[in-house]
Structure formats: C-alpha cells, structure tokens
Write a protein of this length. Sequence first.
Length: 375
Amino acid sequence: MSKLNKQIYFSQVIVSALFSVSLIVDLIICSVNFKQVQFSYGPLSFIYGNQTRIHWHTTELSKTNMKAGKMFQSSELSNYHEVFVGDDKFKYQFKGMDAKFSYELPAQVDKFIVMTDIHTNNKYTSTMSTDFDFMVLCGDQSYGGSVADFNMAFKGFPTKPLIMAMGNHDEPGDFLIVNGRPKNFYQQVRNIGFYFIHVQRGTPIVDDQVDLGIEFLNQNVNLSAGTEHIFIVVHYPVYSAGYFGAHPYFTQKLEKFIDENEKMNIRAVFYGHDHSFGAFKRKQQYFIDAGVGGGKIDDLRNTSYAFDRAWTNESLHGPLAVPATCTQACYGYEYHLDSWMKYSRTEVNFEQGKIVYNVRDLDTNQLLKSYEQPL
C-alpha cells in the first residue's frame, strides 16, 4: 500500500469512527428526549388547510417521536404538540406506545356530523359510532379552557378528521393553541367550504366582535369561489327558542351577508350555546342550533322564563308567536321548525340532488327529525 493510500485509509477509519460516536450520541439524546410519555389527551386529527394536523398534550415537558405512513416526525420540546402530514390517508404510531392510529379523509364526502357544547363530558363522543367522514364542533368543548377540561372532553375521542369553533367557555384558556387557528378562519374540505366566526367576548355577544366576524366573511368571499356547498359555523345562536335566544344586531348582519351573496351556495349555519336543539329555515338556508353534546340541558319548562319563551313541553314545533315581553331574543320566531331539550347531534348527508339533515337523540340514537334541502 502506498503512503498516499495509507493516509486515505486511515482518514476513512477516523471519519467512520467519529460518525459512529456521533450516531451513538444522537441515539442517547433521542432516547432521553423521546422517552415514553403520558398523554393528557389526544391524538386529535384536525383538517388544516390542505394538510392534516395531529395534535396532543403530554403531562411532562417532552418531545414525542411518531411515524406517519413511512415518514418519521418529531414534535418540539413542549407540553402541547403538533405535527403536520401532507396525506389524506395514513396510519401513525408514537414511540413507546403500542396503540396504532389511522386517519382518512375520503375523496368524496358522504356525511359529516355536527355537535356542540360538550363541556368536558365525553359520555357521547367516546361511545359514538364512527359512520361519518369528519366532525364539526360548534364550541364550548370545555368549561374553562384548561388542560384538565380538554383531557376530559377529548378522552376516548374518535380519531376522525375534526374542525372546531371556539366557544365562550373555551376562550379563557389555551384553546387557540389546541385548535391551532385564529378565532375567524376558513376551511375547505373537498367540495365543501366552512367559514368559522367568533362573535363573543366571554359569555356576552358584543358588537365589535360581531363586526369583526362579519368583516371576515365579507373579505374572504373569494376563498370559496366555485365551491359547491358552503356552511357557516359560529358558537352564538342566530335564531333560537333557547335560554339566550337571538341577538338582532348579529342576526340581521348575517342575514344581510347571506342575502347579498346568493351565488355562494350557503346551505346552512350551525351554532350552539343555548343547550337545546333548534332548527329554523329562512328562505333556502337552514339555521341549526346543534343542541348539547354533554353539557347540562337548559330545562325551561314550567318556569316564568318558559312562559315568556313558549316552553311548556320538552319540544316545540312550527312557527312561534312572539310574546310582547320578548322583542329581542325571540327575533326570527316565524322561521322556527322544531326545538327539543335533548342531547343530540346533527348528521349532514349528501344524497343525489339534495342534502338531508338528520337530528338524532344521543341517548337512544332515535331519529328525531329529517330536513331535506333540494339542490
């Protein structure tokens, strides 16, 4: 072996040895940072732009290593974790956990479900059937936005694709970190567009937040250009026979936006907050208070407030008369279809030439009502 070849050989040996030492150090570091960790909640699978956002929370400050499809990814050192995956269908698993998860957003959406006001109670979400493509939540997943709240709300939560709005009870905590979104945002899902707006500051609905929400709609009409179906999601009621009722300043501005944008294919508005289901129809659009998915039902029967708002039974049907003492909250009573004081969810089914909204009792799975919307 020549002197030059010997120098090259020994240089290669040294480089190889240094690489091996570096690899061992990296493995040691990884084994420390990516130790087996305890999840507070998650994983949650969010539809996020044209990606999938996997989010979870750990009890300890840590990194988490996961494999999604054939790709390995790691989260930053934190309690709140997220990774983004560019696929619509994949399996994933976390380092140190035996459980395996799967995610799929089908090329054609046949059904999504709408729920609201879980309020940390996972009784219904942890036992529900998963015969839907994705889920929309209208806010108040928690009572105060704490980690403990989200842990209870999302324990056993289905790993179906998810999009959710912020409610007044979510606002005080870290909901924006959990959701990974601003208060007002737009999300496209195949041929469906969702505008999420927030119009409250705490429990009260306030005019300046209404203005910001309506401004967001007006400034982002182009985002849904050419989209076949448009839905608006907000926590505060548009029309309601429930406890809080309507807020005409907000409702009239939203009516105006819908009327001025007839070509947008706005099908329905979904909301919550009142802890009772309500369905209204104005012109071609449905307005659905998706009821309550876990929080306490507001039982207004046989109270002075009930007589002011027509509640003498557990359900109301047809247009409602407006009492003389209820000029604001009862706005839009002429559009009323049905209301129930039951735990419920709304299923949105896309069928040939129509959309069918099925309302189900969460305790019995009984079909309470179907509304057909010709296209």
